[in-house]
Design a protein around this ligand. Structure first.
Ligand SMILES: [Zn+2]
Length: 127
């Protein structure tokens, strides 16, 4: 036998069900979420940019060393002195492809005794 409605409420009170809410978010809740996303972005973006720059620098230094090794191999094999400056065509016999700086710098081969130079500057140089 079903209970009458006025008795149902006194015996089984209707609890607030959080899954059944329909009022949406308040302005304050939306502002807090936007603020948190903004803080996370302001931390993450500079870290990501720094990591990318660091990768470019390491890749460039590695290529500068490769160019220097090719210059030394060329000087030994062709019996050139330390002040000789090879061309890219001569170096490409010792390295597969002409290296490109990932940050957009241009390489200057230079004499055998000197390190090759990247025009990008910063840390793009052999230590
Ligand atoms: Zn470079």
């Amino acid at each position: 036998m079903p209970l009458p409605d006025n008795l149902k409420d006194t015996i089984m009170p209707r609890f607030h069900n959080p899954l059944n809410r329909t009022r949406g978010f308040t302005m304050i809740e939306i502002m807090i979420v936007v603020l948190i996303i903004g803080i996370l972005c302001s931390i993450a973006v500079p870290l990501w940019m720094g990591a990318r720059e660091n990768t470019y620098t390491k890749s460039c230094v590695s290529q500068l060393r490769q160019i220097q090794s090719a210059k030394e191999a060329w000087a030994i094999e062709c019996q050139m002195d330390d002040s000789s400056v090879p061309t890219w065509d001569q170096l490409l016999q010792y390295i597969k492809t002409q290296p490109q700086c990932p940050a957009g710098g241009q390489y200057t081969i230079g004499a055998v005794v000197d390190d090759p130079i990247c025009s990008y500057g910063n840390d793009h140089q052999i230590d």
